[in-house]
Design a protein around this ligand. Structure first.
Ligand code: GLN
Length: 487
């Protein structure tokens, strides 16, 4: 079935006129019709629009225009509900945006479309990307395709589940503290968080602006490299995007990692690390060293402070960013007797419990009297965390860790315990605080039940090529990424 193929397989067939873009899209839509009742990866999907985009691509191919050379020609890519796609709903997994329709395309969407991609669907997510399980969505929980009684991870759980379930060929997500890498790990797909500044966030609804990045989910590393290459680059509409040239990420996948130095941070071997996760990661490290990489132990001494630091900085920024949802500018409104009451009623009815918790925490850490004790101090610790990484990267080319401390947990298991939930990001959060890049790829399965385990590789700022090269070499020598859930 076409929906089970990779980007490179599909573009080859399409260029050879063996198949049409419409057939590719139709096979994804058929799969959605077949399995999404069970998985709920999508909040909505505009089938007519997806098919119309496919017909447009097919027309370009038959007329022989340049489209046949485009890197994502005819490839259906699903989108997290936090990115603006012109004329499509944008809800951020929340009720507060009501019936809001995006008036424009995010820069990444524009780039995908001009590369020939068929951008479709609204993937479910934790409300405003706050969460690690996709249980904090106003549109219901997404289920893990490997075991529908379990969470898919979050906050980009819908995007990860959609790729794993073959409902799309690749997907976009956003990662503020692990929201691409953690669900990728828990769903058994590849997920990459680019370096801060690598990808424009214009058209991404902001959660924590100093941490947010947009990145791809894919079935394998080479597909992730293709999508990343299309998405990346400087954008005048996002002043935090960096004017570095975009390398040929696909060209970097040469299979050779001989002589590369990999660091194993001793602080990541924590008590809460599940034994099966640990042994899968240990085995992956052995594979990488058998491929010629040199593995050394390193230290990231401020690791212990990462989760606390993140939850101060991320909530502070969220409280400021979410002030705009006030019943005046966008979407839904709940009336009141005066304007203050209207704000209160709108936000009270529109936001879910976790978003309220974060806005309250963030307002608190920014308030006068507490600003110095919390926010300012967190910013200083953040610098220490970044320096840990920069120092480590003086001696190693990449860092290897588990992506998450456990495989997918049961729906409801942690939803009443925010602290436990926050700890599932323990290995992913530092990367965002440091502004570096990271990728998660499949490296094994737990035994009973069979659930995917993710390996995380962290790289230098703008070191995506090296990460992808290592990940690809690993993938070429293992078969974990070829396993698909039986739906
Ligand atoms: N799980 C983390 C949080 O709840 C990270 C979320 C994200 O990366 N968007 O904030």
């Amino acid at each position: 079935m076409l929906n089970q193929l990779t980007i490179s397989e599909l573009t080859t067939k399409l260029a050879g006129r063996e198949i049409s873009a419409r057939e590719i899209v139709q096979s994804c839509l058929d799969q959605i019709a077949r399995v999404d009742g069970k998985i709920h990866a999508f909040i909505s999907c505009d089938n007519q629009d997806a098919l119309a985009q496919a017909d447009f691509v097919d027309k370009q191919i038959t007329s022989g225009s340049a489209c046949a050379q485009k890197p994502l020609m005819g490839i259906p890519i699903a989108v997290k509900d936090v990115l603006a796609v012109r004329n499509q709903p944008l809800n951020c997994g929340s009720k507060i945006l009501g019936k809001f329709i995006s008036p424009y395309d995010a820069t990444v969407i524009e780039k995908l479309k001009s590369a020939g991609a068929i951008v479709f669907g609204r993937c479910n997510m934790d409300e405003f990307a706050m969460g690690s399980s996709t249980e904090n969505s106003a549109f219901g929980v997404t289920r893990n395709p490997w075991d529908p009684t379990r969470i898919p991870g979050g906050s980009s759980g819908g995007s990860a589940a959609a790729v794993a379930a073959g409902e799309c060929i690749a997907a976009l997500g956003s990662d503020t503290g692990g929201s691409i890498r953690q669900p990728a790990a828990l769903c058994g797909v590849v997920g990459l968080k680019p370096t801060y500044g690598r990808v424009s966030r214009y058209g991404l609804v902001a959660f924590a602006s100093s941490l947010d990045q947009i990145g791809p989910f894919a079935k394998n590393v080479s597909d992730a490299a293709t999508v990343l290459g299309v998405m990346s680059g400087h954008d005048l509409r996002d002043s935090t995007s960096v004017p570095h040239p975009v390398p040929d990420y696909s060209g970097a996948l040469n299979g050779n990692i001989r002589g590369l130095k990999l660091g194993l941070p001793r602080e990541y071997m924590i008590g809460g690390l599940n034994a099966e996760v640990k042994s899968a990661v240990d085995a992956a490290v052995k594979t990488l060293s058998a491929l010629g990489a040199e593995v050394v132990e390193i230290s990231l001494p401020h690791t212990d402070y990462a989760v606390a630091t993140y939850y101060i900085i991320a909530t502070a920024e969220a409280s400021a960013n979410l002030a705009r949802f006030d019943g005046v500018r966008y979407g839904a409104r709940a009336e009141g007797n005066d304007v203050l009451e209207m704000y209160g009623n709108t936000r009270g009815a529109g936001f879910g419990a976790e978003v309220k918790r974060r806005v309250i925490l963030g307002t608190y850490v920014l308030s006068s009297g507490y600003y110095d004790a919390y926010y300012l101090r967190a910013q200083r610790v953040r610098t220490l965390i970044r320096n840990d990484f920069l120092r480590a990267f003086e001696t190693v080319d990449a860092i290897v860790t588990p992506t998450a401390p456990t495989a997918a947990f049961k729906i409801g298991e942690k939803s009443d315990d925010p602290l436990q939930m926050y700890l599932s990001d323990i290995f992913t959060i530092s990367c965002n605080l440091a502004g570096i890049c990271g990728v998660s790829l499949p490296c094994g399965f737990t035994r009973n039940p069979q659930l995917p385990i993710g390996l995380q590789l962290l790289g230098k700022p703008f070191g995506e090529e090296t990460l992808l090269r290592i990940a690809h070499a690993f993938e070429q020598n293992t078969a974990w990424h070829e396993k698909r859930p039986l739906l």
